[in-house]
Ligand binder design. Structure first.
Ligand code: NDP
Length: 397
């Protein structure tokens, strides 16, 4: 049915490629392009389907992207490179008439700042070109927004309190490693916390607020309030929300390493002089940390990510918890990647499938919760991320 171009051959790109290849009735032609072509070739070898093509591209350069898009003529591009490339890829899509999907909002390289304004600014141009752009279609953002839309559609007249809870209870047996791109991950965690309450954004110090939350099949884990990008679109798209927060678990060992990394200046993102060269300490750190793609083999345990929601249905207060647990080992057996890459890559493939099937096809720039959640929820169950519901339980929040 459709030609798909995957940009990025990291942990998430590898999972997207596997899942796209598993759905040949939807995706008939596949090209994987990234900065390093050998990594794309390795993914094709692992999948074992020589019909998948590969290419080299620098996605920071619109001219290179335009050439690639004009050679391959994809129907949709799945952008799983880094957030820095979002705008160049969107620009190339507009120049060549290609639809767009990503899993993380644009970030400028020199400031760790997360907001949708840069990408929402493209809305009118995508509308006028008759092209669809689907933003933030990983797990969180992504499934977290679809879960919220599903809750609003089926279980609530009014969503009032939303807590997105993200637990990784896995153990990769390394002293310190991040589960996805270390540079992006450390930028996210070391910034101020922020949540929404009664129409205002409240800023906290990094990791200042935390509490133990109980995760299904895992138990209690200390969970830290972070700012996460989907909060911005969810409070806009569900204006009845009085409070929206995001929580993520971290172990003490992880936090101790993180504190040392910051204290010694290795989390800095400004270039410094080193032996006559300019280097960015956080980028150097990425080069010496374990590669997140290599964690899978010895990774045990599971992730548990969900939405805990309180609100009104038929005039009565109710609570609702919808979540998925994903086993790192099962993800590794299927795709060679650990659970965090898996939980991001599967929804990205499903989002592209929704577009190809015409279910999520609407000119403009959209966040996932603005589309019908039902067919997406159905595919989550079929494609490896089954979800579970708890009604009127104790949300602990
Ligand atoms: P990786 O660092 O493993 O992979 C990134 C890939 O993009 C690499 O193949 C890299 O190439 C390629 N790349 C980087 N810069 C360029 C460029 N200029 N041109 C072409 N290719 C480039 O990251 P992950 O796979 O862990 O993460 C991918 C994306 O997924 C990120 O945007 C991340 O924020 C997002 N994400 C979203 C989540 C969600 O739930 N929504 C959760 C986790 C991640 P090379 O190999 O040469 O470096």
């Amino acid at each position: 049915m459709a030609k798909v171009l995957i940009i990025g051959a990291g942990g998430v790109g590898t999972v997207v490629a596997h899942k796209v290849a598993q759905n040949p009735d939807v995706f008939t032609d596949i090209l994987i392009a990234s900065r390093t072509k050998s990594k794309c070739d390795a993914v094709v070898k692992a999948i074992g389907n020589p019909a998948i093509r590969t290419a080299q591209v620098d996605a920071d350069r619109v001219d290179e992207l335009v050439k690639l898009f004009n050679d391959f003529h994809p129907d949709i591009v799945i952008n799983v490179a880094l957030p820095y490339q979002d705008l160049t890829i969107m620009e190339a899509c507009l120049q060549t008439g290609v639809n767009y999907l990503d899993t993380a909002n644009y970030e400028p390289k020199d400031v760790a700042h997360f907001e949708y304004s840069w990408q929402w600014a493209y809305k009118q141009r995508f509308e006028e070109a008759g092209l669809t752009a689907i933003l933030g279609c990983g797990f969180d953002p992504g499934v977290s927004g679809v879960y919220t839309a599903y809750a609003a559609k089926h279980h609530f007249d009014e969503i009032q309190y939303l807590d997105i809870v993200d637990c990784n209870a896995g153990n990769h047996h390394k002293a310190f490693a991040t589960n996805f791109n270390p540079e992006i991950n450390i930028r996210e965690i070391t910034q101020n916390g922020r949540y929404y309450e009664n129409g205002q954004w409240i800023t906290t110090k990094p990791l200042e607020i935390h509490k133990a939350l109980t995760y299904p099949n895992i138990g209690p884990r200390d969970s830290y309030l972070l700012y996460h990008e989907e909060l911005e679109s969810l409070v806009k798209n569900f204006p009845t929300i009085k409070r929206a927060r995001f929580w993520m678990t971290f172990g003490q060992e992880y936090l101790t390493h993180l504190r040392v990394i910051q204290d010694i200046g290795m989390a800095r993102i400004d270039p410094i002089d080193y032996n006559g060269m300019k280097i960015v300490p956080l980028q150097f750190l990425k080069a010496v940390l374990p590669n997140p793609q290599d964690l899978g083999e010895n990774y045990e345990g599971e992730t548990s990510i969900g939405c805990r929601i309180r609100g009104l249905k038929d005039g009565k207060e109710r609570t609702y918890y919808v979540y998925n647990n994903c086993s790192h080992q099962a993800a590794y057996r299927e795709t060679g990647m650990q659970g965090v890459s898996y939980t991001t890559g599967v929804p990205a493939m499903i989002g592209a499938m929704m577009f190809v099937k015409g279910l999520w096809k609407r000119p403009g720039v959209w966040n996932v919760e603005e589309f019908d959640p039902d067919p997406f929820m159905e595919q989550l169950n079929r494609q490896g991320l089954p979800w579970h519901e708890v009604f009127d339980g104790d949300l602990e929040l």
